[in-house]
Design a protein around this ligand. Structure first.
Ligand code: PLP
Length: 377
């Protein structure tokens, strides 16, 4: 099938893989080995990657902590601040990824208090909402840069500015934004990212930590990463993340334009050809390569089964007993039925015009088929 699920994960770019390969075999050294060339070379490769990651964020090298991915980065950011601060109130948004919401639920168990801001029907929150929710005991505000399901981009700059003015730390889960949008850490204290969303390998990511941010360690051990995250460094992964960041930065503007054109083509055609189709989320403040569409009068599960020629997803979390509607779409006031009947199309580096043409005709045919089956049932 045609892969249109780049928000779930991306393939490793062959140039990234090539850069990584020697670090598995000939140059297998431990970056913490200080006594021989194997270690020195690995340490140097890590520092080159650190510079590449810092550069794409407008950060300095010392502010980059390598982790196992965005889930770990989010855990380190939120729990690290919670433990380091005497303030115990946090603010986040209902449409965050589980890797934020579940950490918040954990902090609540530890005695923290969390305010979950409700987005409007476009999936957006306002600076005013954050401003109103701030309290004297607020330690941190965490708002994702771009949503993984809808692509909706939050007004991060203004949110960060309010937090700066009020002396509250600001974290952003930028996993879906880095490599797709110009992201800079200006005004931001903590920022999470993950390599596998930008054509790097899985299981490696980073947390940006502004110099001087109080943060308790979550992974105790040998004192790697300036004591902030222990564990022998994943040198090939780190090298891959660095290369992936560099490549993304080089082509960001052209790729965003190319993908927005393909996405718009897909979206416009589906809206035109399928009656009862609507776009989930702001069409103005949105990632260039995502379209989340709701198809009225369709059994969402049946539709996904019928869509055999494309690989897409909906935001539903499958549990053993039931398929829950997406919490993101629910927070935007969609009914359970419409949330179930929503499909996320996410395009990427290897998506072609032919792919999009084929996807359009397939989706048109399969929505029609699913609707007929639906009526017969
Ligand atoms: N945050 C967001 C917004 C994501 O889209 C993802 C990916 O699923 C994650 C966090 C988790 O990232 P990782 O797979 O690197 O732990």
């Amino acid at each position: 099938p045609i892969y249109l699920d780049y928000n779930a994960t991306t393939p490793v770019d062959s140039r990234v893989l090539e850069t990584m390969l020697p670090w598995f075999t000939e140059q297998f050294g431990n970056a913490a080995s200080r006594t021989h060339l194997y270690g020195w070379e690995a340490a140097e490769a890590v520092e080159i990657a650190r510079r590449q990651v810092a550069r794409i964020l407008g950060a300095t090298e010392k502010e980059i902590v390598f982790t196992s991915g965005a889930t770990e980065s989010n855990n380190l950011a939120l729990t690290g601040v919670f433990e380091a601060s005497s303030k115990k109130h946090f603010i986040t948004v209902q449409t965050e990824h589980k890797a934020i919401l579940d950490v918040c639920a954990y902090l609540e168990k530890l005695g923290g208090e969390v305010t979950y801001l409700a987005p409007d029907t476009d999936g957006l929150i306002t600076p005013q909402q954050v401003s109103d929710a701030l309290r004297p005991d607020t330690a941190l505000v965490s708002v994702m840069w771009a949503n993984n399901e809808t692509g909706v981009i939050q007004p991060i700059r203004e949110l960060a500015r309010i937090c700066n003015e009020r002396g509250v730390l600001f974290h952003s889960d930028a996993t879906q934004a880095v490599g797709k949008l110009p992201v800079s850490v200006e005004g931001i204290d903590l920022l999470s990212l993950s390599a596998h969303k930008l054509y790097g390998p899985k299981g490696i990511g980073a947390l940006y930590v502004r110099k001087g941010t109080p943060l308790n360690i979550q992974m105790h051990g040998g004192g790697h990463e300036r004591g902030r995250r222990s564990g022998t460094l994943n040198v090939p992964g780190i090298v891959g993340l660095g290369k992936a960041a560099e490549l993304a930065q080089q082509t960001l503007t052209q790729e965003a334009e190319r993908l927005a054109a393909l996405r718009d083509q897909l979206e416009t055609q589906l809206l035109q050809q399928i009656p009862g189709t609507r776009v989930n989320g702001s069409r103005i403040s949105r990632l260039p390569q995502v379209s989340n569409l709701a198809f009225e009068a369709v059994d969402g599960e049946a539709l996904l089964i019928n869509l055999t020629r494309i690989a897409v997803s909906n935001g539903s979390a499958c549990t053993s007993a039931s398929v829950l509607p997406s919490h993101v779409l629910k927070a935007m006031d969609l009914s359970d039925d419409l949330a179930h009947a929503s499909v996320r199309f996410s395009l990427g580096r290897y998506t072609t015009e032919e792919n999009i043409a084929e996807a359009i005709s397939h989706v048109v045919a399969m929505v029609a088929k699913t609707r007929t089956d639906f009526l017969v049932m």
